[in-house]
Ligand binder design. Structure first.
Ligand SMILES: *Cc1c(COP(=O)(O)O)cnc(C)c1O
Length: 407
């Protein structure tokens, strides 16, 4: 086993020397010649039954060599025997729910809020035929029933950076599979499988791709759990395009450097934001008091590059004044992105549930990128100091009021 940075650069590339190439080949074939149709049929059957590879890929919905290289690289970084990639993070979440709940006839999910708004909506809406009980991290055991097929958690959580103890949740789950969304931490900072997670999920759209130009998802897990995920992927067609596999695999090489650099800047900005009169609550796992259980340094190798803060005035007004920071959903890109969860990523979470899970209406989420820290600070400082727009009544608390209707 090589160390993290080496694995990030070399993972999933073992066959390139034999192929006589240096860069990752992008295999765009949708179909593969099968002169021996009987042998091809056997390959098809192996893949449809969940095998990682077969004598021929047969058809690219069943297997793709470019995507398979990315999967091997990601599994190496997460320390799991397998990984299965999908066309988006949500396709990956869907496949986990289908494998853990639908295939097993256990249609009940226990989840700890907050989680990504899309996952929350998927679990709450009934669209996949599962029922979900939301419980506090210390009350997962009580929420589990004989029907529970899956426990879903995120740490650090989207959008408020709550941390939870994965091993403690896994102990409460007592054999029920646990999915940990590791999108915020990346495999650079946290390997949930080592703490008892069954499924480690990434929206590869975020840090893994890292440049805001590829949509994808991936689940790292033991081979025994990967088979059903591949079966689901084949029948639902939720495949990752090989170009996406290539871009995310290429992104892995610089992932440790990007995360470490952005994390340094985020740590610096979190301290400055906490001291700024324009903010209320500032959330970053590296801030004093943010990590009472001491998970940074044990479960996590660092506090990460995501942070969140409440604003004294209307968060939308703060966002409007930003000149350098990009106002957009998504995260983990080379450029710094800001978004308003109550308006966007967590819009579909009911207001009371959102508030109760520690996501106030005036919270902004910041994904710190690779720019110079002083340029980012200049921009955030001027936006937070911009002062009173006439249409808003500033309240003395950290909550903002709705605009006074005047337009
Ligand atoms: C973005 C995101 C997802 C969904 O991923 P997509 O690639 O957008 O489908 C899931 N979980 C978290 C934590 C995310 O940030």
């Amino acid at each position: 086993m090589t160390r993290l940075r080496t694995t990030a650069v070399h993972g999933g590339r073992d066959d390139l020397a034999d192929l006589g190439v240096h860069a990752l080949p992008i295999d765009l074939s949708t179909t593969y010649p099968i002169p021996d149709q009987g042998a091809g049929g056997l390959a098809l059957q192996h893949l449809a039954e969940g095998a990682a590879h077969a004598a021929s890929p047969v058809y690219s919905r069943l297997h793709n060599p470019t995507v398979a290289r990315f999967e091997r690289a990601l599994a190496a970084l997460e320390g799991t025997s397998a990984a299965v990639a999908f066309g988006s993070g949500m396709a990956a979440v869907t496949a986990v729910v289908q494998a853990a709940c639908v295939l097993t006839g256990k249609p009940h999910v226990v989840a700890v809020r907050p989680i990504y708004g899309g996952t929350d909506h998927l679990l709450s809406s009934g669209l996949l035929g599962v029922r979900t009980t939301y419980a506090g991290a210390d009350h997962v055991a009580e929420a589990i029933t004989p029907d529970t097929g899956l426990v879903v958690v995120e740490t650090p959580a989207n959008p408020n950076l709550d941390l939870l103890d994965i091993a403690a949740v896994a102990a409460q789950a007592d054999g029920v599979p646990v999915m940990v969304d590791n999108t915020f931490a990346t495999p650079v900072l946290q390997n949930p499988a080592a703490h008892g997670a069954t499924y480690v999920l990434h929206s590869g759209t975020k840090y893994l791709g890292g440049h805001g130009d590829v949509l994808g998802g991936v689940v790292a897990c033991a081979e025994e759990h990967a088979g059903p995920l591949r079966q689901v992927r084949i029948v639902t067609g939720a495949v990752l395009h090989p170009l996406g596999g290539y871009l995310m695999h290429r992104g892995l090489a610089t992932l440790p450097l990007r995360v470490e650099a952005a994390q340094r800047t985020a740590t610096d900005l979190a301290a400055r934001l906490a001291a700024h009169p324009g903010t209320g609550l500032v959330r970053h796992p590296g801030l004093p008091g943010a990590d009472p259980s001491g998970l940074v340094g044990t479960q996590m190798r660092g506090p990460g590059a995501m942070l969140a803060f409440t604003t004294r005035e209307d968060p939308a007004a703060v966002v409007r004044r930003l000149r350098l920071v990009t106002p957009a959903v998504s995260l983990g890109s080379v450029d710094t992105l800001i978004e308003h969860p109550a308006a966007l990523t967590h819009r579909l979470v009911p207001d009371t549930a959102r508030e109760e899970s520690g996501v106030p209406a005036n919270l902004l989420r910041l994904s710190v990128g690779l720019e110079d820290v002083e340029d980012l600070w200049d921009d955030l400082d001027q936006a937070l100091s911009g002062g009173c727009e006439e249409d808003y009544i500033k309240s003395s608390s950290s909550d903002f009021r709705e605009p006074v209707a005047s337009h």
